[in-house]
Every structure is written in C-alpha cells, then in structure tokens.
Design a protein around this ligand. Sequence first.
Ligand SMILES: *Cc1c(COP(=O)(O)O)cnc(C)c1O
Ligand code: SF4
Length: 340
Amino acid sequence: MQENIIIADKRPSTQASASWQRQLSQAIRDPATLCKRLSLDESWLPGAATGHQLFEICVPDAYLTRIVPNDPNDPLLRQVLPVIDEASTPQGYVTDPLEEAEHQPVKGLIHKYAGRVLLIASPACAINCRYCFRRHFPYSESSPSRAQWQEALDYLRADTNLHEAILSGGDPLAASDKQLAWLVEQLEGIPHLKRLRIHTRLPVVIPDRIDSAFLGWLAATRLQKVVVLHINHPNEIDQAVIDACTRLKQAGATLLNQSVLLRGINDSVSTLATLSERLFEAGVLPYYLHVVDPVQGAAHFDVPDDEAKALVKQLLEHLPGFLMPRLVREIPGKASKTPL
Ligand SMILES: *Cc1c(COP(=O)(O)O)cnc(C)c1O
Ligand code: SF4
C-alpha cells in the first residue's frame, strides 16, 4: 500500500486568516465543488452525489489544503469524499450502533460510564467524516437550549459521583464561545466536578478555532482540562495544527488523541507509527484507536478484528509504550470501551 506521508510543513501559519466562523461558513458543501477543487476525475462525481444525499459533504479550506490534488487515494480525501459504497447496507450495520438514544436520562446528556457524562454541546461539526458513527444522529432533537440545559445541570448536581463532564457533539467547538463559556461557568459551580474534557476535531480541521476568545475561558476555569483531539493520519498534522496544540497546552490543557482504524487510510503499521510520532511532536499523546462502529454507510472502512489486533501487535515493536494507542470497540451496554 502506498503510504502518502507528507513531510510536515514548517512555515508559520498565516496571521491574517479569516475568523473560524467565516472559514466554517465558507466550507465546501457540494460534490461538484469538492471534485473540481481537487482536480478529481469526473467519474467520482456520481458516487459523491449519492453519498452526499445520505450525509452531506462538509470540508473547510483549511483541511482541503492538506489534501493532495488529483489523487483519489489521498488518505485525507478518503475521509471526506462520499463514495458509492455508502449506499450499501450490509447486515448488522445500523443507524444508532451505540444505542445512545437509550442512555439519555435528560436531553443532551449521555450517561453510560461511571463518574463521567457526555454533554452534546453542539449538533454541528466543522467537517463531515464519512465513517462517523453519528452520521444518522437526530441532532436537532438532542441539542438543548439554555433553558433545557438546566435539566442536564440538575442531573449533574444531583449525582455527587460524577467528577467529569465531557463536552461532545457533533463537535462542541462548533458552538460559540459565549455559549461554551456560559455552560462551563455552570459546570464550575458544581463542587464535585473536577474535570472538563472536550472531544473535538475542530483544532485539526480549522486550527484558527483555537483563538483568544476560546483560550480566554479555557485558561480561566478552575476545572482540570483535557482536550481529546481526533486525528487519523499524520498528514492531518501541519504547522497550523501544531501551533493550535501549543496554544491549548499553554492554556493548561492535557492533550490526547483518538483515531479510528480505517481501511485504506491508516491501516498500516508505518502510518500508525508515524502518526504517534508526529502527535508527540505536537505535544499530544495517543489515547484510543477505535475500530469502526457498525454504522450504515461505513462498512467499506471496516478492518476485521483479527487484522486490527495483528497490526497493533506489530506496532508495539515500533513504538515506546507511551506512544501506543489502546485498540478498543464500543459495545452497547458495557461499562467502558472494550479493549480488543
Ligand atoms: C466514550 C465515552 C466516554 C468516555 O470514555 P473514556 O473511556 O473515559 O474515554 C464517556 N461517555 C460516553 C457516553 C462515551 O461514549
Ligand atoms: S468531527 Fe467527529 S462527530 Fe463530526 S463527523 Fe467527524 S467523526 Fe463525526
């Protein structure tokens, strides 16, 4: 398999770039533009159009610039370009593979594991990843208004065993800093909460999201901060991403990364080893390597368990222990992620 690894771009990121909101509003949202911008052969268009009907395209420019034009196998392109395979629905692939709908005691709050709850802080994402297990998620029904947040906050206040609030989505950083700062202020007022965790892909997709407005409230909170990024391939880490990570660390956040093991994108020992190395250069520790959840439309990304385990076993021979991600699967009803 071709590795497609680009040497990190060492140029400083541009100072005068548009605000992240502007960059997000100008993201590519149709198949023809995506194919044209990347000089892709027209034969990709019908598949892209079919997949787009099922889960719309969204690719901001900041991410697009890391994709090599005219290469249908580019590992970043494969994460965002819809293909005809998305229309097939093999048995066992469902719309809510994690059965999250059953674990929402109140709107916008998912409580599956001891000591921590997940809050759906924003229904939106800055990029639409084709393998996403939330591609069928009824977000409009799950993202609370400020009044509705009171119920989630009451739930957190009432359970003194909860020590960690996880902002998730969608992508929580697609919400405005005004909203996020308000929510975090409410969380800070709950004495038994110690940690704020943010699961986000935005610092990778649009590094300018990590701006002074965001860093202001993040640095100020009394809660310990963990930011879990989502990076699948070393080519996603350019200098702008490294700079965003530096800003996050300066604001006091511990940085971790989770990846999804994806057929044709990162299913090789050398790609995974390079990913871990480059994450560490950016100040990020590998956390989880997830196998693909059985969501409709993503079956073509699946790497069988035996192969996944063999890959990770080989990876052990290439990396120090602290750069090894944990290979896990999410099984509905279990009290934690399940190591493979
Ligand atoms: C994955 C997940 C978490 C976090 O699990 P960790 O093992 O702590 O990273 C928490 N809540 C829900 C609902 C999750 O799906
Ligand atoms: S950013 Fe995360 S939640 Fe959003 S589409 Fe990608 S994988 Fe899914």
